[in-house]
Design a protein around this ligand. Structure first.
Ligand SMILES: [Zn+2]
Length: 495
């Protein structure tokens, strides 16, 4: 192709037809209002080799021959396209016009393109806070996630919409409010739940929107155009991390651990402010549906096994034989409704029962993937492979024995059995090994216990038989129980 014939995106005007060489950054389908099955048009965000972008709308009469080419990051020549008025409510890119296909427009794949892949244009946090960025036009942001609030359901739309509030911090310590909605909120929560080992989350929100609400400025996702990047192995994230580390090295008062921690403030709030601390012997005082904090030392490992084989999507138990080792494809059929149309695989997940002893009383609690991952920095697959290498595939790994005599705090939600038995379920929703919080809780527990002893010495003789046989479940939102009464719940929600 003669390069003279190719127009750059900024040169496009309505006076003639154009040929462009562009990378497809985003692509989505627009469905008909009255028939949700019928695709009305395809929208794309395209970028040329200079990094300039334009939105493109392909009417249903024209896209069929090219559907296979319309994929993210594919580079294409688009010949004989036209440009016209930008019709969308939101402007994803800084271009006055929008590209359209017509009868003679053609698309072919191209393999050379020497520009950065993503074309980010990051907005400065200070400018976002100053509201100097227009509300109807998108921007890209990059920052460290410093605090995540619990996932909420917002009823202000027709149906329940997921809402995840968080803060992003830039390299100079400026924070912005971020709210992710719907599938974007779910995407973030899933990432965090499956990546407990990462102590630091660098988030890029590409094609984000700015909103002001009650005088505060928020960054939001748009309905379809926005894209999230979580700790991606790309130049922009790696550079941000490197600069963050060098700042950290010069910052003598903070440990690397807390600098990188996803949510130290949030955990402190959960463990020290929002929830009451209980002696383990007083767990029965927590009302069903409520939560409390307990604190104790792991004294021994319980049970015959330390992991189970679960569905990669919902984590429900699947037959143990469906997992054939980390190098197999392990495809499995999951019986849960939400997995019916998905390709899912069998994966090992941690399930470690531990006897936790407090100042007064003890209880057996079950630690799931997110808890064990966050302590060991190892996945269950890593640990299974390791055990096989040393010829002890069925034994408890030494790493788990190392938990014995360690102190932890647990946030526990209490549920009564859905089967109407008297059994109460202790559902661990948070788990904390932060040393400062642990030592504060230890002081607090001692204080509470001493004061209670002073008031009523009988409280020491509480019968704890009704709590030692319980099995906690991992997610506070879960109501599903496997048939064998092993409450392996849905994907854990939360940190
Ligand atoms: Zn499943």
């Amino acid at each position: 192709m003669n390069s003279k014939q190719i127009s750059m995106v900024d040169e496009l005007n309505s006076s003639k037809d154009h040929t462009v060489k562009v990378r497809i950054l985003r692509v989505w389908k627009n469905y008909s209002w009255d028939n949700k099955q019928e695709i009305r048009s395809i929208s794309m965000i395209l970028m040329d080799q200079k990094g300039s972008k334009i939105e493109c709308n392909v009417n249903k009469s024209y896209y069929t021959p090219y559907l296979k080419l319309f994929e993210e990051y594919v580079v294409v020549y688009i010949r004989n396209s036209t440009v016209g008025k930008h019709l969308g409510k939101i402007k994803y890119v800084d271009h006055e016009k929008q590209m359209y296909f017509k009868q003679d427009t053609t698309v072919t794949k191209c393999n050379d393109f020497d520009d950065p892949t993503y074309g980010f244009r990051f907005a400065k946090f200070q400018e976002i806070l100053d509201n100097s960025h227009p509300c109807d036009s998108s921007m890209d942001v990059i920052g460290k996630v410093v605090d995540m609030e619990p996932l909420e359901k917002n009823k202000s739309f027709n149906k329940d919409t997921l809402q995840q509030n968080l803060y992003l911090e830039d390299l100079s310590g400026i924070r912005i409010n971020v709210t992710l909605w719907g599938s974007y909120a779910q995407e973030l929560v899933d990432y965090v739940a499956n990546n407990q080992e990462s102590k630091c989350l660098i988030l890029i929100i590409q094609f984000a929107m700015r909103k002001t609400f009650n005088g505060a400025t928020y960054v939001n996702n748009s309905m379809v155009g926005t894209k999230l990047f979580f700790n991606s192995d790309i130049e922009e994230v790696n550079t941000f991390k490197k600069e963050l580390l060098s700042l950290d090295a010069n910052h003598t008062s903070s440990s690397a651990r807390t600098i990188g921690s996803l949510s130290t403030n949030y955990l402190r709030d959960e463990f020290m402010v929002k929830n009451k601390l209980y002696n383990i012997s007083a767990l029965h005082e927590i009302e069903s549906g409520k939560s409390g904090i307990v604190f104790g030392t792991i004294k021994q490992l319980d049970g015959d096994t330390w992991y189970y084989i679960g569905c990669s999507n919902c984590r429900s138990k699947v037959p143990t034989e469906s997992y054939n080792g980390s190098s197999s494809n392990n495809e499995v059929v999951c019986s849960k409704d939400k997995c019916r149309n998905l390709k899912v695989t069998a994966k090992p997940y941690f399930l470690v029962k531990v006897l936790v002893e407090g100042l007064i009383g003890s209880v057996i609690l079950t630690l799931f993937d997110k808890e064990i991952n966050s302590i060991l920095n190892l996945s269950s697959i890593d640990l299974i492979n390791k055990q096989e290498k040393i010829g002890k595939p069925t034994e408890f790994p030494a790493e788990l024995y190392d938990l014995i005599e360690k102190k932890f705090a647990f946030k526990i939600n209490v549920k009564t059995s859905p089967y109407g038995y008297r059994t109460r379920y202790y559902n661990i929703s948070r788990f904390n090994d932060d040393l400062d919080i642990i030592s504060e809780l230890e002081d607090l527990e001692l204080k509470i216990t001493l004061s209670e002893q002073g008031i009523n010495e009988d409280s020491l003789n509480i019968d704890i038989s009704d709590i030692t046989s319980t099995v906690p479940i991992s997610s506070k939102d879960s109501t599903s129980f496997a048939g064998d009464n092993t409450p392996l719940s849905d994907t854990a929600i939360g940190i």
